[in-house]
Unconditional design. Structure first.
Lengths: 310, 197
């Protein structure tokens, strides 16, 4: 029996070792995006080779068809074949590109949304503790009228909390609500007032969450950048999210954009500095894919960008 | 894996947090399903782990990772227990349960592939409860005494010993049975050879 007990111990030790390594592996964090990027890079490397091969094929076919054409005078069929070949190749290319990148992009934006919601929750939890600490220290250490100070501080807090709750009540789509909240906080840091109207229940668009975030994000960012340099009374952004339209209005420094309405949305055109000019282009692309209209116009001396779903 | 030698306890905490915070947080969250409670569970686990780690321990080793996983799992389960009085029927997160079960199943399959253990042996290992598996890991890999394991897993020392001896006896019985059947087979084949001769 002693012998078998020893053997049992050995088996259990082996089992424990195996369990430890497999459990540790199971809880290792796998960065799938990184793997995906590696795969994408590999694919990209093979692209030029394919591209040149195709070009060489086309040139060969051209030469052969010319030669055959000269010989047999039946070049029309060959040219049609050549045309078909080029046309089909182009279609294949576009499909490959869209299949390859869109899921990755979608997943990245969805992950960003989750991180944002998580950050917002943590931030609020952190602030909540800070506020409690402030109230406690007022009660302990403020000698003159501590009650008044606590009431004042709490009223300010309630006002701010109400605004947060208000947005969540208006927008029952958590991702959009948290995203808007983030944008509003960003604007408020720059002393810009954001007013919003959101239809309830939240409108059902034929857009993915990530597309909606891109549209609202670009519009809000542009509006924030345009208004942050204005005088105090004009630092306002109006956001209107309804089933028939998404509209963001803001004041601008001058009306120079009116002369360049047609240029807005072309890649490279920007009223700002370098690394810009893609925001409106992206919005236009999304709208074009879904058959929606975009409008830029002036209303009550404000610059208005509207995405129309009608 | 490179060894991380730490100079003092405070550095141990920093390195532990750096290496395992995300992992611990994910495990705790999938059990308690609450960000604040998950934070508490991680802190509780670190407090329990600290006295048992020497300053020159290799914090990146598989053994250490396994110990930390077990510690945080049980810290989170304790918090859930405190919240829900129904201690016996605690069913922690489906996701985490699946990860543990799958990892243990891989370990059992590896055992079979590497050492050629019988199906009966595999069945005994498969039937082990999660607590038993944790006790085995802490005892055989990390080298803790039964009293230390008991305090870590919130069990009595007698309970830990009983659980250990039950598993060992089951395996020992099976080993004896297998050995005797092997001997019988060997004897039979020897007799067959003698009769033929």
């Amino acid at each position: 029996m002693k012998n078998s007990m020893k053997k049992a111990d050995e088996i259990l030790k082996l089992f424990a070792e195996e369990m430890a390594s497999s459990r540790t592996e199971a809880f290792e964090y796998k960065d799938e995006d990184q793997e995906r990027i590696v795969v994408d890079v590999k694919k990209k490397r093979t692209k030029p080779a394919l591209f040149y091969m195709k070009r060489i094929c086309i040139i060969c076919i051209c030469c052969i068809s010319l030669f055959v054409g000269l010989c047999t005078v039946s070049t029309e069929a060959n040219l049609a074949q050549l045309f078909d070949f080029i046309f089909v190749e182009k279609e294949d290319n576009t499909e490959m590109v869209s299949d390859e990148y869109s899921p990755n992009k979608k997943r990245k934006i969805e992950n960003m949304n989750l991180i944002m919601v998580n950050d917002l929750l943590r931030k609020r939890e952190h602030e909540y503790k800070n506020h409690l600490n402030t109230i406690i220290s007022i009660a302990r250490y403020k000698k003159e009228a501590p009650l008044d100070a606590i009431v004042k501080y709490s009223e300010k807090l309630i006002d701010q909390e109400n605004r947060l709750v208000d947005l969540n009540m208006h927008c029952n789509r958590e991702i959009i609500a948290s995203f808007l909240q983030n944008e509003i906080i960003k604007a408020e840091k720059r002393d810009i007032r954001v007013e919003y109207y959101i239809e309830t229940p939240f409108p059902q668009y034929q857009l993915h969450d990530y597309e909606l975030v891109e549209i609202i994000g670009n519009l809000m960012n542009n509006a924030i950048e345009a208004t942050e340099t204005l005088e105090k009374g004009k630092r306002k952004i109006y956001t209107h999210i309804a089933s028939d339209k998404i509209k963001v209005s803001n004041y601008t420094k001058d009306n120079s954009w009116e002369t360049a309405v047609d240029d807005i949305g072309t890649v490279g055109y920007s009223s700002k500095c370098r690394n810009s000019g893609f925001g409106v282009r992206n919005i236009k692309d999304i709208c074009l894919n879904h058959g929606y209209d975009t409008k830029i116009y002036k209303e009550n001396e404000m610059f208005v960008f509207e995405v129309s779903f009608v | 894996m490179s060894e991380v030698n730490t100079q003092s306890k405070s550095k141990v905490i920093a390195v532990l947090y750096d290496l395992y915070r995300d992992k611990m947080y994910r495990i705790a969250y999938s059990i308690v399903k609450d960000i604040h409670l998950a934070d508490d569970a991680v802190h509780d686990a670190i407090l329990k782990i600290l006295p048992n780690i020497s300053v020159d321990a290799d914090l990146t080793s598989v053994h250490m990772a396994n110990y930390i996983i077990i510690a945080v799992k049980h810290a989170a389960i304790d918090i859930r227990r405190k919240q829900k009085k129904d201690a016996e029927n605690i069913s922690f997160g489906y996701e985490i349960n699946t990860v543990f079960t799958e990892a243990d199943e891989i370990a059992i399959e590896n055992m079979k592939r590497k050492y050629g253990f019988s199906d009966e042996m595999m069945a005994i290992l498969r039937k082990l409860r999660d607590v038993d598996k944790d006790i085995i890991c802490l005892y055989y890999i990390n080298g803790f005494q039964t009293s230390e394991i008991a305090s870590m897993l919130n069990l009595t020392e007698v309970n830990v010993r009983k659980r250990m001896s039950r598993t060992r006896k089951k395996l020992a019985k099976l080993i004896e049975k297998e050995e005797s059947s092997n001997e019988k087979q060997h004897e039979k084949s020897r007799r067959d050879i003698e009769t033929v001769c």
